[in-house]
Design a binder for this molecule. Structure first.
Ligand code: HEC
Length: 206
């Protein structure tokens, strides 16, 4: 009986929400969202000098990673404008919605992974080739393609040399142990927080 009551209440709320959306009277799909500015300017960590890569390569990689804004997604707190300086490039506990929260009550969420070379939680076991491939064409070892939330389509014109410098720099960072939450599929409720990027076009008024 109690469950039936709950069910009825839920369907009533759903009808109410749909009703509002249909006639657009006072329905605000952004009501549950807060507008924030992501942090885009912060110093990239120094790489540890290594016999495998030249100083020029590591400096170039650090410059490129700062310029391409990898840390704005792959650093805790950066997506919400509050960078955790002790976890630079070590992944984000705040995810990014890849399906529209206006359409899905529970959108799909991806959590930008740890890019430091920690063996368990980061890129410690990744080969240089795998990293270069991920940066240039968004594919993993098994040729499965990452969602374009990771903006690999924007990096498609990067030269092999620059992609290699980025990979060398990431491989030479101090490993930081930090496990990001697992990605959440569309329709499942996410326990960890997430942001949503969007461009909204005005609708015709008549
Ligand atoms: C707009 C946010 C964003 C930016 C900017 C970004 N990434 Fe990502 N990246 C992601 C997300 C989200 C994933 C996870 C994608 C998935 O699970 O399909 C990811 C995945 C990756 C992976 C795969 C790691 C793994 O463990 O699977 C690598 C490597 C990577 N990014 C490197 C970079 C580098 C290098 C840059 C800068 C040149 C960069 N990313 C910029 C969001 C971003």
């Amino acid at each position: 009986m109690k469950t039936l009551g709950k069910l009825l209440l839920v369907s009533y709320l759903l009808i109410f929400a749909v009703g509002c959306a249909d006639n657009r009277s006072g329905y605000n799909p952004l009501a549950d969202f807060e507008q924030l500015d992501p942090a885009t300017i912060f110093a990239m960590p120094e790489a540890i000098p290594s016999p495998n890569y030249s100083t020029e390569q590591l400096q170039r990689g650090r410059y490129m990673v700062g310029l391409l804004g990898c840390g704005s997604c792959h650093t805790d707190g950066a997506l919400v404008g509050n960078v955790n300086q002790s976890r630079l490039l070590a992944g984000s506990g705040t995810g990014i919605a890849y399906s529209s929260p206006f359409i899905d009550d529970f959108p799909g969420i991806v959590y930008p992974p740890n890019l430091t070379p920690d063996m368990e939680t980061g890129l410690g076991s990744w080969t240089m080739n795998r990293l270069v491939q991920m940066i240039r064409v968004g594919t993993t070892d098994h040729s499965s393609r990452s969602l374009p939330v990771m903006p690999w389509p924007a990096f498609v014109n990067i030269t092999e040399e620059d992609a290699f410098a980025v990979a060398a720099y990431l491989k030479s960072l101090t490993p930081v142990k930090h496990q990001v939450p697992s990605n959440v599929s569309r329709g499942q409720r996410s326990v960890a927080p997430y942001v949503h990027f969007g461009v909204y076009q005005s609708l015709p008024t008549d």
